[in-house]
Structure formats: structure tokens, C-alpha cells
Design a protein around this ligand. Structure first.
Ligand SMILES: Cc1cc2nc3c(=O)[nH]c(=O)nc-3n(C[C@H](O)[C@H](O)[C@H](O)COP(=O)(O)O)c2cc1C
Length: 148
């Protein structure tokens, strides 16, 4: 069954190269992500009902966690849809910017808000979560009253 959302996702995913933006095209691609999650027709879904957003806590190209997340996108029941977001271009958190965050952070927060559930796939770094994951969660958690 092909859903409206899947069609949109496939088009955007293809345009973004699998949602893994190159540094040079970061701004333009973040705009595309924002346009996708803000699209008024985004929630018009025939069949699919549960939207999940997944991201990995490792930036390594051959990351086992990234591979596991990619595998998860192919193991879903037809009622669910898993979009993924790459954390590579999320800058270090700065509270000075939390009310007007960078475009990639806005796209990240919008993608979270558009999802019914979050799937985080991450390694352990020094008995904790990797800094890149903690940093992304810090951005998403702010500002107070307008967090994702
Ligand atoms: C900075 C750093 C800290 C790590 N700390 C831990 C740890 O505390 N516990 C653990 O089991 N593995 C630890 N590891 C090993 C990673 O979890 C392991 O290499 C994992 O495969 C990395 O995930 P990835 O394949 O998705 O990149 C650490 C690796 C790095 C690079």
C-alpha cells in the first residue's frame, strides 16, 4: 500500500539523499525538511497512521547504530512510518540562540513535533550518551515553553 505520506517522504528523501545532508547544502536541505514537516497535506495519510522519527547517536559513517536504524526503516508494519534525521549538522548548543535557533535545529524540532514517537539508536560513550546526542536533546528541550 502506498500512502500519501510515503510518497511525500520518498520525494523528500530522494531530494535530500536519504536525509543525510552534505555540509555545503545544509541550509537548503534543512529548508526542505522544514517544508516537508510543515506541509499542510503531510498528515493526509491513507493507511499509515503512526509516524516515528529516528536518529542515531553516532556520526561514524560505518556506525553500527546508524546501520541498525537504517535496518529498522525496513522492518516496519504497514501502519507505521519511520523517518530518520541526521544529527551531523546540529551545532553546539548555545542558550543565547535557543529562541531563534539555527535552521537545522528548527528542522530537527519540527521533525520531532511531527512524530508520534521517537526512536533513538545510540552507542554508550564513557558510561553515558554521546555528546552529539545530548547536544541534540538539549536543543530540542529548549526554550522552556516552546520545546519539542
Ligand atoms: C569516546 C568513546 C567512548 C566509549 N565508551 C564506551 C562505554 O562507556 N561503554 C561501552 O560499552 N562502549 C564504549 N565505547 C565503544 C562504542 O560504544 C562502540 O565503539 C560502538 O560500536 C560505537 O557505536 P557506532 O558503531 O554506532 O559508532 C566507546 C567508544 C568511544 C569512541
Amino acid at each position: 500500500m502506498v500512502t500519501m505520506t510515503q510518497t511525500i517522504t520518498n520525494e523528500v528523501g530522494a531530494a535530500l539523499g536519504g536525509w543525510a545532508p552534505e555540509q555545503a547544502a545544509q541550509e537548503e536541505e534543512a529548508q526542505d525538511v522544514l517544508a516537508y514537516v510543515s506541509h499542510p497535506g503531510r498528515s493526509i495519510v491513507m493507511g499509515a497512521s503512526i509516524k516515528i522519527l529516528g536518529f542515531a547517536g553516532s556520526l561514524r559513517k560505518q556506525s553500527y547504530n546508524r546501520l541498525a536504524l537504517r535496518a529498522a526503516t525496513r522492518l516496519l508494519p504497514p501502519e507505521a512510518q519511520l523517518d530518520t534525521f541526521e544529527l551531523d549538522n546540529i551545532p553546539p548548543f548555545n542558550q543565547d540562540d535557543e529562541r531563534e535557533p539555527p535552521l537545522t535545529v528548527r528542522a530537527f524540532k519540527a521533525a520531532i513535533e511531527a512524530a508520534a514517537a521517537i526512536l533513538i539508536v545510540t552507542p554508550e560513550y564513557n558510561y553515558s550518551v554521546p555528546g552529539v546526542l545530548k547536544n541534540a536533546i538539549d536543543w530540542a528541550s529548549r526554550p522552556y515553553g516552546d520545546n519539542a
